[in-house]
Ligand binder design. Sequence first.
Ligand code: AHR
Length: 502
Amino acid sequence: MTHASIKLDKDRVIAPIDPRLYGSFIEHLGRAVYTGIHEPGHPSADANGFRRDVISLVQQLSVPVVRYPGGNFVSAYNWEDGIGPVEKRPRRLDLAWHTAEPNTVGIHEFAQWCEAVGTEMMLAVNLGSRGLDAARAFLEYCNHPGGSAWSDLRRANGRAEPWNVRLWCLGNEMDGPWQVGQKSAEEYGKLAHETAKAMLAFDPSLELVVCGSSNPEMPSYPQWEATVLEHTYEQASHISLHMYFNNRAGNLGNYLAQNIRLERYIETIAATIRYVKAKKRSKRDVTISFDEWNVWYHSREADKPILRGEQGWPVAPRLLEDIYNFEDALLVSLIINSFIRHADVVKIACLAQLVNVIAPIMTEPGGAAWRQTIFHPFALASRLGRGKALDLQVSCGAYQADIADQVPQVDCAGVLHDDGGVALFLVNRGEGQMPVSVRLDGFAALRLAEHHELAGHGIKAANSLQQPEAVKPVAGQGARLAEGLLSLTLPPLSYTALRLAP
Ligand code: AHR
């Protein structure tokens, strides 16, 4: 087929999109915190030592929530190390990434940064080396107004008002052999259940996230999710999934089909949630927090010496500094489309991570900050993709890939805006141009308000400190909208974002 046709019906709504679908993640890892978000002495630093140039780029991504402080890091982290006078804070060895943690940034500083950005904290508690007691103390420290030992300590440390953090992750990737304090599903399920009970006794309105599998290749997947949910179904609001992607094989068609893998993962866990719900005769719904996802492979080889300890215990070394290219930006676009199409069950998703570490934003210490290729589709979708996810009918050609026999040439997602307008996100996976016609049913008269294209780059093209704008969206051309029919031509290998307004 050399043409794609799409039908958009205003009444075919999948679900409201939770804005937290456009969340992100900052871990004490590499240069995410130190020289990433925090660099006192940088020309753009604010009074708290946070880089204003980075804050401004993060604001362009409109991330409503940021997960912190890990990741693998959290599984041997003492949150108390990051409070009180900075000069008295201990320097610790971080076992996850073989680095040293100075604890210059802790919960107070991270909360200040979130306030400066305008985002919410999503905090993880350590269920690896620690457990229920540390979790309940951290919660009381963060959320209790005062009149208890932990909350008064927070006040004494300079923060009178509680932060009132709503979202809490109960550990991280607890099925992984790489995790400090790895557990079986039974062990973790019981610990998460007891921890959740204690946290909900403090505040029953909290949203708690229990660990699912680290990825669908784990030997215990998907039994892990069933077991963990059997222990925690009545307490958990969300189950966490993670997935990272690579194009090591260098096959573009297979690479751009990888969001199908993601969708199978989501759909399997959605079915597992329904299974446990039925088994428990429960009235509650548990949803998915896809709180780590991204492309991650470019830096793996370079990171090995540090991870093997060959450089001792450095502070904030360059780790996981993937440089993203144009094909990675296309895959990120496809993944976001998949999340939009699964907005009924995926309520939170965190691009992992935000700055320097497998990140859309890169910085040089003392120097500039710039946008990687993947920044652009995320920023467009985060800005235009708020509203209700629409169930589109798409008819187009397909190709065969390792993951599926029929991979649609055109991938698309649609979002109904509160004002009656609509956003469309289209990825052309093919190497030829693709004429598209979109039939709009049930909408008032709309006009083409925005048309952005990320296209025309070599698949390995990337941005850098020297060329920060080599890959960026440009205004699309030639789209026509008349009498409920939108016509346009997608460039080869491209991402297109459109806003139609009343
Ligand atoms: O995001 C990098 C790491 O990937 C996280 O620390 C961990 O949770 C995952 O394995």
